[in-house]
Design a protein around this ligand. Structure first.
Ligand SMILES: NC(=O)c1ccc[n+]([C@@H]2O[C@H](COP(=O)([O-])OP(=O)(O)OC[C@H]3O[C@@H](n4cnc5c(N)ncnc54)[C@H](OP(=O)(O)O)[C@@H]3O)[C@@H](O)[C@H]2O)c1
Length: 333
């Protein structure tokens, strides 16, 4: 680490890992792709060459910690805890992709390992930096719609039916609509409105090809008393946000995405304001923020605790979907 640049190893070589995460690092002002970690030497070398990284390693244990400061884990979610703990024990800072880990217990282990090692732990809740979300937070902070009373959010896309998804263990593997996409919505709405105290849920879909955890609708009872509805499906595209307050409403028909501007509107009485939002590649401000935290010793806004709190809502939602009724979300793990 120089005084201004954090040297990251990207762990994983999927299209997403390279086209978005490694590229995001390479476009950032205070970070560099120093290494690629891959189980496949040829894939690792090709990726390293593409991003000008000087090193490839086959595992976390093999990383030369004199040339790498931190790891960005772009791995299947069920591996995040194992890799994060191994990296922290080696004194490496960690950004884990979302969902942080399939269980709250694994999230806790990641936080404990980072704390014991004195390294930064962040969870890649990249939608923190979408322009509609940034603008919506600013409007709420100004009290633009008075007291918020009700909210809705959705994050869904049409996935190709895949027979390997027929298993009941999708959530345990960190897969399924709620765990994979719903976590963006949970993160987004709790960032705007604070913690959720209990959850009721519907799961399942009318489309037989999409059995398993491919559809979820949650009823959210926020600690503040706000009522909320959250939807996440693999069977349709949804990208909506709506906040209703005593003095107006804020809504977006495109609040999440990778490199986009999105939409945001504010209505007060008959007056509607629509913003021209800037186009943002969310992975660039994400890595710049976490790198700045590594350089300064600050805690990232996308902290391990936030990642774990999101998974506590998801766990409660999965339980509610199976058992019916309301399930409490434990506060502050
Ligand atoms: N925030 C976002 O916008 C966003 C978007 C997409 C995905 N994600 C998240 O990113 C993470 C990775 O998603 P992905 O779609 O890139 O996953 P993926 O394609 O299933 O796996 C990513 C990489 O993990 C490595 N890996 C290491 N051990 C593995 C194992 N035992 N089995 C399979 N792969 C293994 C592989 O690289 P090597 O073969 O080179 O070792 C593989 O390329 C997930 O947590 C996902 O939710 C986030």
């Amino acid at each position: 680490m120089t005084s201004q640049t954090v040297r990251w190893a990207v762990v994983g070589t999927s299209d997403f890992a390279l086209d978005w995460i490694a590229r995001g690092i390479s476009l950032s002002s205070n970070a560099t792709v120093a290494a690629i970690v891959s189980r496949d030497a040829a894939r690792g070398a090709a990726a390293a060459q593409r991003f000008g990284a000087g090193h490839t390693f086959p595992s976390i244990d093999a990383i030369d910690t004199t040339v790498v400061d931190g790891v960005f884990l772009v791995l299947p979610a069920a591996l995040h805890a194992e890799y994060a703990i191994a990296a922290a024990r080696r004194g490496l800072h960690v950004i884990s992709e979302k969902p942080m880990a399939p269980s709250v217990a694994d999230c806790r282990r990641m936080i404990d390992a980072a704390r014991a090692a004195g390294v930064v732990l962040a969870v890649a809740h990249c939608m923190e930096w979408t322009a509609p979300m940034v603008q919506a937070r600013a409007l709420l902070a100004q009290g633009a719609i008075g007291e918020v009373v009700t909210a809705g959010i959705s994050a869904s896309f049409t996935a190709t039916p895949d027979p390997t998804w027929q298993h009941d263990d999708m959530p345990q593997r960190g897969a399924g609509a709620l765990v994979d996409m719903g976590v963006h919505a949970v993160d987004g709405i709790t960032r705007l409105l604070g913690p959720v105290r209990r959850v009721a849920a519907l799961s399942g879909t009318r489309l037989p090809a999409y059995a398993g955890d491919r559809s979820a609708t949650l009823l959210l009872d926020f600690a503040s008393g706000v009522h909320g509805v959250l939807q996440s499906h693999y069977t349709c595209y949804q990208n909506g946000l709506e906040l209703q307050g005593t003095e107006g409403r804020i809504w977006s028909s495109e609040w999440w995405g990778r490199e986009f501007a999105g939409t945001l509107h504010l209505q007060r009485g008959d007056e509607v304001t629509t913003w021209q939002l800037p186009r943002v590649n969310v992975y660039v401000p994400q890595i710049e923020h976490v790198s700045q935290c590594v350089l300064s010793g600050a805690t990232p806004v996308i902290s391990g605790e936030r990642g774990m709190a999101n998974m506590a809502v998801i766990e409660a939602g999965l339980l509610a979907a199976r058992g019916g009724g309301w399930v409490d979300v434990p506060a502050g793990q």
